[in-house]
Design a protein around this ligand. Structure first.
Ligand code: ADP
Length: 476
């Protein structure tokens, strides 16, 4: 089956933009055009919202068991078509083949998990403080939700939101990322094949120039009950503001500035190895990618030696994907230039890897990084690691928390009481202790501070797509 789509999906139909406008999707590895998709605008988004609203009238009465059955069928079809989906995903993002395959597996397990959870949405019946009354606390689906996702895990992030929304009993409109909308469209074809009714999932595509007008429709439409956004803090703030006047529910999963704290008692081999895996996965284009390696002074030299040796072994194109587009590529070049101009030391890399392709950058390690250097405060979203030395635990924790972002952190220590103490002090939604990136579906994921509000994954993620209703029955 050819899964590659060139249309968007509204009310169960594969459609062009009303204006017939299109845009191209390119392969970041070689710049080749992979296909075109509709360049939609606010009027198309309104149609999609209306379709989702109409569909909610019947979908809200579909039982959790039936929603679970449909989700499981969808997961089966994704599994059967995993290879084709991974290929489309690798082509549109430049991901390494194994990384693309892993993302498809992640999607399958997420849909399966949400299918299970769809049957377990529960209320409470507290005892009544007065006789003759029954108190019921129910969770009801929000209604129509708008889902906006970024390009770094386009398939997983778009469709995990969809699976969660459907599990909760919501209908949805998805706006996939302009750089990589194809895998989402393909997987939605499979949702249609699985029998998910028309209007329950809708997809509107557009290039960057129309993203803001579509975002505005989502925030302002009375038919949209909630928004779930994963992306940059800058766009998250715009959406949050736009939702404000309408008191609209919004869940935001925004950027991080992950510290990777290595204490004197850490197992340095383990820290260096997990540091490499976490930092260079998806070319560092991951919101949980370690941004600042904070290493305590006694183990600093050993860590630098082991870490830099391992970094020097990574080969762009084989063990390292390209950056997604020229904007990101220029950002990464700028961040390294800024560090060098302010006195940082480049230990490994520090240059584009142009011999491999226009968007490839060498895996890079920078030391002597201070607060004034951009990489200390800004998420690099590329294959560049910065290392900073600290003296005491107190200083390390202060540096780790010295950021507006609070998505998560890594912490390496063999000292049990220190592990509990520091985990509590870190101002983050996620703390990985002696561990690299590990996000099972059971884990609630999300940040504090400017990294966002709400959680994805676990039953908490589903609850974000519901509201609590208190029902009191009197005269009993
Ligand atoms: P990234 O840097 O990962 O592209 P962005 O926050 O810029 O992160 O984009 C994430 C998603 O938000 C993309 O799908 C993009 O098209 C969309 N987007 C960008 N601007 C807006 C906006 N003003 N309103 C709604 N969505 C937007």
């Amino acid at each position: 089956m050819n899964l590659l789509k060139n249309k968007a999906y509204i009310n169960g139909e594969w459609v062009h933009a009303k204006t017939q406008s299109i845009f191209e999707v390119k392969n970041p590895r070689n710049g080749e055009t992979l296909g075109t998709v509709p360049h939609m605008d606010a009027s198309d988004a309104e149609l999609a919202v209306e379709a989702a609203s109409e569909a909610f009238k019947t979908w809200q009465d579909v039982t959790g068991e039936e929603r679970a059955r449909l989700l499981r069928k969808w997961a089966e079809l994704v599994k059967e078509n995993a290879e084709a989906l991974a290929q489309i995903l690798a082509d549109e993002t430049g991901k390494l083949d194994n990384e693309a395959k892993l993302e498809v597996v992640g999607l399958v397990t997420s849909i399966e998990f949400n299918a299970e959870e769809a049957t377990r949405i529960q209320g409470e019946i507290p005892s009544s403080p007065l006789p003759g009354k029954k108190l019921l606390i129910e969770r009801q689906p929000l209604g129509v939700v708008a889902l906006i996702s970024p390009w770094n895990f386009p398939l997983m992030l778009s469709l995990k939101k969809v699976a969660t929304a459907l599990a909760a009993g919501c209908t949805c409109v998805v706006k996939p990322p302009e750089d990589a909308p194809l895998s989402t469209l393909s997987a939605v074809q499979l949702a249609q094949d699985a029998g998910i009714p028309k209007g329950v999932i809708n997809v509107v595509t557009c290039d960057r120039s129309n993203a803001s007008q579509i975002g505005k429709i989502f925030c302002e439409s009375k038919l949209v009950a909630g928004i779930s956004f994963t992306g940059s803090t800058a766009i998250g703030k715009i959406l949050y503001q736009q939702c404000g006047p309408h008191i609209k529910r919004i869940s935001l999963e925004l950027g991080g500035n992950f510290p990777f704290l290595v204490s004197n008692s850490a197992n340095i081999d383990e820290a260096a190895q997990l540091g490499i895996q976490s930092k260079f996965f998806n070319c560092g284009q991951v919101c949980v990618s370690p941004n600042r390696f904070l290493v305590q002074e006694e183990v600093y030299d050993e860590f630098i030696d082991k870490f830099s040796e391992a970094i020097a072994d990574i080969i762009p194109g084989e063990g390292l994907a390209p950056l997604i587009n020229s904007t990101q590529f220029k950002r990464v070049c700028g961040i390294v230039e800024d560090a060098i101009s302010k006195g940082a030391n480049v230990i490994v890399g520090g240059q584009p890897a142009e011999d491999i392709g226009k968007l490839f950058y060498q895996p890079t390690l920078i030391t002597e990084v201070t607060h004034e250097i951009q990489i200390y405060t800004e998420e690099v979203f590329g294959p560049v690691a910065s290392v900073i030395k600290f003296k005491t635990e107190k200083e390390g924790v202060a540096m780790a928390n010295d950021t507006e972002k609070g998505l998560g952190s890594y912490f390496f220590s063999q000292d049990v009481s220190q592990i509990f103490r520091v985990s509590r002090l870190l101002q983050n939604g996620v703390v990985w202790v002696n561990e690299g990136i590990f996000l099972p579906n059971k884990a609630p994921f999300g940040g504090v501070k400017e990294s966002g509000i709400g959680r994805e994954g676990s039953h908490h993620g589903i609850e974000d797509f519901t509201y609590i209703k208190f029902i009191c029955i009197g005269s009993l």
